[in-house]
Every structure is written in structure tokens, then in C-alpha cells.
Ligand binder design. Structure first.
Ligand SMILES: O=C(O)CCC(=O)C(=O)O
Ligand SMILES: [Fe+2]
Length: 284
């Protein structure tokens, strides 16, 4: 099994302590009480979303959408939000909803959460909600814009595995992307020998808790129960913001075009490059 450390849980953290213990050293932490003052904590139930926003048409995704080819990252289907929530409640299913900006359609929801006053630089415009069925998972990736992420859980439990940015080679990052395709649950050390050196973190996030994922951290997420959460993002450094923009440009230009041109061959090429880089890492 991979070497995964537990993530600390804290309550009553103040700015100064957060800064020295977690932000500066870029160390993840779970806040027990960060959402306590939010109206959303009790208000945003599944019934609330069904009743108030059930009519919205939302794009939903299965694992198919990560497959190479023409439909790369395209949604599986568009269905009413109420229908989607009913599907999630019914049984385990690999069907997620993300990148849909519900706040654009329902700006009043922004009054129900608070930007954590634990650090500065929160983006106003990019809160994202993530929904997923029991058993669904989010492949290992890091967030392309390099912001710090505060992932707050409303419903269901989520298992999160994290790796520091300096582990990118050990976990076989696919070049020109923010993705890795190693299986963190069943590491294949024959295929990926450098994985033995990888060290990461692991936590089961419960409703009411908030996970701080520092900038550039790799994350793999498993929906232990069906559930949903919000991620609030902050970026307090101009250099990091610029790097994030570069990342986005490179990703869209290189990865998307090559994927369109080469399909599965592009994926194979990236996999080979990743192996080469991990080997170099083992030599140094
Ligand atoms: O919780 C999820 O489904 C995905 C979260 C994520 O990748 C993020 O917040 O960046
Ligand atoms: Fe992410």
C-alpha cells in the first residue's frame, strides 16, 4: 500500500496559527468548524436543492468523459437537477456534476456561505459545487490554476488522498496535463516502480468539515457516500496566479489539440514520457 499520513483536524484556528502551521509550509489540514457560521451548513439539504433549483438543467459526467478522443471532457448528458439528485439518492452510481456554475443561475446562494477569514485573496467569481454518486471517484489531478482550495462538505463522506507537488514524478504525472493515471488504491509497482517512493496524505472528510488543499497539491477523491461540497479558492500570490494562467494556456492549447489530433496515441505518448521522467527521478 502507498505510504499515506493522516491529515490533522483542528478547530478554533486563527489566522496566525494557520499561516505558520499550514499555509507557509503548504501542509493540508481539516477544519472542524470553518462552516459553522454559514447559513448553508443546515440550509443546503438535498430537499432544498430539489425544491428551489430542481428545474435547472445540469450537465452530468461519468468516468467515460476522461477517455481520450472527440468526447474528451464532454458531459454524458444534460438532465434536470431534481432528476439528477433522485438518481444519486437511489443507488450507487458513477455520475458526477462539476464545473456547472449554479451560482450564475442562483446568485442568491452566495449569501449562504462566507469566505473564510483565515487567509486573503479569495476569488469572488469561482465558487464551485461538486456532486457525486456513491462509489464515484475523481481521478488524481491537481488544480490547474494553482489556487489554494477549501473544500467544505455538506452531505456524505468523501475519502481524499493528497500528494505534495514535489511528488509529481513519483506518481507519474502525464506531461502537459494536470493528471496522473496511477491507481492509488491498487498501486501497480511493476508498471510504476517510482510509486514506492511516493508519500502522501489521506483523510475521510465528514459533513461539516473543510479540507485545506494547498496550491498545486495532487488530489484523488472517492465518494464513500453520495454527496456534495463546495470549493472556495484563494490565491494570494501574483506569481502563482501568473503560473496558473500559463498552466491553463498550455493545457488548452497543447493537450486539447493533441488529443483531438492523435486520440489514444497522444495518451500513450504522455504515458511513456511520464515513465521516462519517473526513471530519471529514481536515478538522481
Ligand atoms: O470533490 C470533488 O468532487 C472534486 C473536488 C476537486 O477536485 C477540487 O475541489 O478541486
Ligand atoms: Fe480539483
Amino acid at each position: 500500500m502507498l505510504r499515506l499520513k493522516k491529515i490533522e483536524r483542528r478547530s478554533g484556528l486563527i489566522r496566525e496559527t494557520f499561516k505558520t502551521a499550514y499555509l507557509k509550509p503548504l501542509k493540508p489540514v481539516v477544519f472542524n468548524d470553518l462552516m459553522d457560521s454559514w447559513p448553508a451548513k443546515n440550509k443546503w439539504t438535498v430537499d432544498f436543492f430539489k425544491k428551489e433549483y430542481g428545474h435547472l438543467i445540469v450537465p452530468v459526467y461519468s468516468a467515460n468523459s476522461a477517455n481520450p478522443g472527440k468526447k474528451y471532457l464532454a458531459p454524458d448528458r444534460q438532465i434536470p437537477f431534481k432528476k439528477y439528485l433522485e438518481i444519486l439518492e437511489e443507488k450507487p452510481i458513477d455520475l458526477r456534476m462539476f464545473l456547472y456554475n449554479i451560482f450564475r443561475h442562483a446568485p442568491e446562494l452566495c449569501n449562504d456561505y462566507r469566505k473564510p477569514d483565515i487567509i486573503d485573496g479569495f476569488y469572488d467569481r469561482f465558487p464551485f459545487m461538486f456532486f457525486g454518486g456513491e462509489g464515484s471517484s475523481v481521478g488524481l489531478h491537481y488544480d490547474i490554476d494553482l489556487s489554494h482550495v477549501f473544500l467544505s462538505q455538506f452531505h456524505g463522506r468523501k475519502r481524499v488522498v493528497l500528494f505534495e507537488p514535489n511528488q509529481s514524478r513519483n506518481i507519474y504525472q502525464h506531461p502537459y496535463t494536470v493528471a496522473s493515471f496511477v491507481n492509488v488504491n491498487k498501486p501497480d509497482y511493476k508498471m510504476y516502480p517510482a510509486l514506492k517512493k511516493a508519500t502522501g496524505y489521506e483523510v475521510i472528510l465528514n459533513p461539516g468539515e473543510t479540507l485545506f488543499m494547498p496550491s498545486g497539491y495532487w488530489h484523488y477523491i472517492e465518494y464513500v457516500d453520495w454527496g456534495f461540497s463546495i470549493s472556495l479558492r484563494s490565491n494570494d500570490s501574483y506569481i502563482r496566479r501568473a503560473k496558473g494562467l500559463m498552466n491553463i494556456a498550455r493545457h488548452f492549447v497543447v493537450d486539447h489539440s493533441m488529443n483531438r489530433l492523435m486520440g489514444t496515441n497522444w495518451r500513450k505518448l504522455k504515458a511513456n514520457l511520464a515513465k521516462k521522467r519517473a526513471k530519471e527521478e529514481t536515478l538522481v
